[in-house]
Design a protein around this ligand. Structure first.
Ligand code: NAD
Ligand code: UD1
Length: 336
């Protein structure tokens, strides 16, 4: 496959990570079509993508659960490659509504794979997560570790199950080239401040919560636990700028090969919650109200990537810092 000027279908392409990947794909000269049901994104994202790239991807408002509408998208165009982001991702909601998560994420993935196979589209990049490593008592995760160990929520299980489905598919049909990218903690946004993550209501994840406190929409950040066995007592994570993450997808396209391969996309650098708060205060020049709260059930004390496989095979590594991410977030907040 010539890797220039590909015709790429991006599911979930109006979402937070998908929209950043679409920008990078268009900038690299690829042709992009998006499938999204807008359950967790807005159609206006297309305007922002156009503002940044001067190109507007073709958009299909289609639910992956609607297999006949999805097949029509494949009937209409021949795609060289699919990048699959579409899915639900709220951990707590997945515990309350497991069937909704299994249906949306697993059935959605199955419908997509069936459409791909029947239309002879056999190159796929899948959004997986560091959550597939589960709780093995290991801080720095490498791809040779087993997956699916002590997974604590249906969301994480859907990522693990989809990876297993993809492995089986590659065994049955050796023409498939599939990469699963296991994201660590994506943060930040495009430098223009036009795209970004802006959840409704009270966010679960650290950076969206910090953003709401910085924007004056929430009074203070609650830091979940300061008695962990870490240097400052707060949890360590691997925060990766979403633009670095997006570029990891471009590297994965170049690295597609027969069979199933998984890569970590992280920086390899652990950052504590308190370090993130301090960095935010330094870059913004403003204090960020925070207090300590009890541990959040299910949180691991330390989790960060060994990103050396992606460096070795894909010639990719993260280049941006958490300070870059915070600077870009402040631009995004000012744009809102
Ligand atoms: P997001 O919610 O911003 O984007 C997902 C998009 O998929 C949304 O636009 C949503 O409307 C769409 N979608 C959901 N179900 C759909 C369906 N049935 N049919 C069509 N469209 C559907 O999430 P994101 O942060 O951009 O995450 C993208 C992917 O990366 C997800 O699969 C997520 O699980 C995975 N991931 C995200 C993170 C993270 O921290 N953001 C970490 C690891 C993995
Ligand atoms: C969460 C998900 C994980 C998913 C990942 C994607 C949970 C339990 N886990 O992981 O499945 O793959 O996002 O990025 O939701 N924190 C606070 N106060 C807050 C919010 C967070 O102190 O208001 C702390 C958490 O305790 C954690 C760190 O910040 O130590 C990061 O939290 P979060 O952004 O939710 O990410 P993960 O827990 O790594």
């Amino acid at each position: 496959m010539n890797k220039d000027n590909l015709h790429i279908l991006v599911t979930g392409g109006t979402g937070y990570i998908g929209s950043h990947v679409v920008v990078e794909l268009l900038d690299q000269g690829h042709t992009v079509e998006i499938v999204d049901n807008l359950i967790n994104s807005q159609i206006e994202v297309l305007d922002k993508i156009e503002q940044i790239t001067n190109q507007r991807p073709v958009f299909h408002e289609v639910d992956l659960l609607d297999s006949s509408a999805l097949n029509q998208v494949f009937d209409h165009s021949h795609f060289d490659l699919v990048i699959h982001f579409a899915g639900l991702k709220a951990v707590a909601e997945s515990i309350e509504q497991p069937l909704k998560y299994y249906d949306n994420n697993i059935t959605g993935a199955l419908n997509l794979l069936q459409s791909m196979q029947s239309h002879d589209v056999k190159q796929l990049i899948f959004s997986s997560s560091a959550t597939v490593y589960g709780d093995q008592g290991i801080e720095q995760c490498v791809e040779t570790l087993p997956t699916g160990i002590k997974l604590t929520n249906p969301y994480g299980k859907t990522k693990y199950m989809i990876e297993e489905i993809l492995k089986d598919l590659c065994v049955a049909d050796p023409e498939f080239n599939i990469i699963a990218l296991r994201y660590f903690n994506p943060v930040g946004n495009h430098v223009s401040g036009l795209l970004g993550e802006n959840p409704n209501g009270i966010p679960n994840n650290l950076m969206p919560y910090i953003m709401k406190v910085a924007a004056g929409e929430l009074p203070e950040l609650h830091i979940f636990g300061n008695d962990y066995e870490t240097p400052d007592g707060t949890c360590l994570r691997d925060y990766i700028h979403v633009v670095d993450l997006a570029r990891g997808h471009l590297a994965a396209i170049r690295g597609l090969k027969p069979g199933f391969t998984a890569y970590n996309l992280g920086t390899g650098r652990p950052t504590s919650v308190l370090e993130m708060v301090t960095a935010f205060e330094q870059v913004s020049g403003q204090p960020l109200s925070h207090s300590f709260a009890p541990r959040r059930p299910g949180d691991l004390p330390k989790l960060y990537a060994d990103p050396s496989k992606a460096e070795r095979d894909l010639n990719w590594h993260a280049e941006l810092t958490i300070e870059d991410a915070i600077r870009d977030i402040l631009t995004f907040i000012n744009h809102k």
